[in-house]
Design a protein around this ligand. Structure first.
Ligand SMILES: O=C(O)C1=C[C@@H](OP(=O)(O)O)[C@@H](O)[C@H](O)C1
Ligand SMILES: C=C(OP(=O)(O)O)C(=O)O
Length: 446
């Protein structure tokens, strides 16, 4: 579904301490993959804890368009009857992936080695994002691809009738590229190999193994090497989606910067490939403990207990960027309240997300009295004892920019407004009620 035309301004302001429990939604990356692998397997996949944000709902709709039976059976509970590897049928209408890079790139991979044709579109944000990073390897499998100038959406893919397996080194650290290649490799004969210089989130590998694919990961001199044997029969599996560490980062950040706060965030994924923010926060001196560490649905999870306290600026090394790629906007807000400066290195990929996140955060923080320096692939935020606030931030159809500035306003001297909070629906539909439940003064502007 494409983005609504009406912007929805929202404002947040300082109030008392935040307390209580924050039940954040299911993991977005795992939710997309559960629907896609469910659609590619034989039998019924029951999913619990699915994120019902617009990005994932668009993927559910797409899987139905390719022939799977997809049904919502209760809140967060979904049933997918798959068509098996290579069993997708040609969709009758255009596949609109809305705002979701993960949705469009993974689905393009999943259909590129089946001899059917599909047309992909998205909202104005997704239509600006680079797609050559997946269309290039997918065409090497034998798919025929036509894109708008600059390899942007809309894109038409005629899937390969006789796909050849691929050995592919990802040019940038990206789980979406890796996953698109692996999903395409499912319907190619022989072994498809992906090599990445730095490990990225490994949900596809974990879930493919869980559904019965022959997949292995080795660390060699070449880097992180993932090998998948094509044409498996994927067996439907129950999937319990853990809570999203990237969504948890927002209430966690609020508790860290609002004096007197103490909150609990239960059941959050602690997958090491997603853990960079929490490593960084511990270096900053944040008071966060991890309780009841356990395994749920093939992923390590824990309950987070977070308390307000003093923070100090740090330098985040470039090799950590992939494990916290979506958390830099909210880290830059936390950094504004830390003592000294925080330097984020190796973050050029932020420039090709839903917005140019370095530019969006720098302009919005400056509008609220915070000093920021940027280069092409780094951002430095100068912390201050009191953040003035009082500014308006432009969100550019980017949910994480909107949520980050609404968190900023909870601890700044004057209220903070975002020009459009509606993109929050893509990943965290209950963000406002959840934050209000903790005591936050946050809502739509009149
Ligand atoms: O594979 C995934 O589920 C994702 C991978 C990341 O994107 P890149 O692969 O482009 O880094 C991340 O930013 C996105 O939110 C989700
Ligand atoms: C970058 C993100 O998502 P996507 O690439 O799926 O649009 C995100 O959720 O921060």
């Amino acid at each position: 579904m494409s983005h609504s035309a009406d912007p929805q301004p929202m404002t947040s302001r300082r109030g008392g301490p935040l307390t209580g429990e924050a039940q954040v939604p299911g993991d977005k990356s795992i939710s997309h993959r559960a629907l896609i692998l469910g659609a590619l397997s034989v039998g019924e996949t029951r999913i619990t804890g699915l994120l019902e944000g617009q990005d994932v709902l668009d993927t559910a709709k797409a899987m139905a368009a390719f022939g799977a039976e997809v049904e919502r059976v209760g809140p967060g509970e979904w049933s997918v009857h798959g068509v098996g590897v290579g069993g997708f049928s040609a969709p009758e209408s255009v596949i609109d992936c809305g705002n979701s890079g993960t949705g469009v790139r993974l689905i393009m991979g999943a259909m590129a080695t089946t001899p059917i044709t599909a047309v992909f579109t998205g909202d104005p944000s997704l239509s600006r994002r680079p797609m050559a990073r997946v269309t290039l390897p997918l065409s090497q499998f034998g798919a025929e691809i036509t894109a708008r100038e600059g390899e942007c959406l809309p894109i038409t893919i005629r899937g390969a009738a006789d796909p050849v397996p691929l050995r592919y080194r990802t040019p940038v650290a990206s789980a979406q590229i890796k996953s698109a290649v692996l999903l395409a490799g499912l319907n190619a004969p022989g072994e498809t190999v992906v090599i990445e210089a730095e490990p990225t989130r490994d949900h596809s590998e974990r879930m493919l193994a869980g559904f019965g694919a022959d997949i292995r990961t080795e660390t060699t001199d070449e880097g992180h090497v993932i090998t998948l044997t094509g044409r498996p029969e994927l067996r439907a599996q129950p999937v319990a989606v853990p809570r999203d560490p990237s969504s948890a980062a927002f209430p966690v950040a609020a508790a860290l910067i609002v004096p007197g706060s103490a909150i609990r965030v239960p059941g959050v994924s602690r997958n090491p490939t997603r853990d960079g923010l929490y490593v960084t926060l511990s270096e900053m001196g944040a008071d966060i403990s991890f309780e009841n560490e356990r395994e749920e649905g093939g992923e390590p999870v824990a309950d987070l207990v977070v308390r307000h306290g003093p923070l100090k600026g740090v330098s985040v090394p470039p090799e950590r960027a992939a494990s916290m790629i979506d958390e830099f906007p909210i880290l830059s807000v936390i950094a504004a309240f830390a003592e000294g400066k925080t330097v984020m290195n190796g973050v050029a990929e932020l420039r090709v997300k839903e917005s140019d996140r370095i530019d969006a955060m720098a302009r919005g923080l400056e509008a609220n009295g915070v000093t920021v320096e940027e280069t092409r692939d780094s951002m430095t935020v100068h912390g201050m004892a009191k953040v003035p606030g009082g500014g308006m931030a432009a969100t550019h159809l980017d949910h994480r920019i909107a949520m980050s500035f609404l968190i900023l306003g909870l601890a700044s001297e004057a209220p903070v407004t975002v020009d459009d909070g509606s993109p929050i629906m893509t990943s965290f539909p209950d963000f406002l009620p959840l934050m209000r439940g903790l005591g936050a003064d946050m809502g739509t502007s009149d």
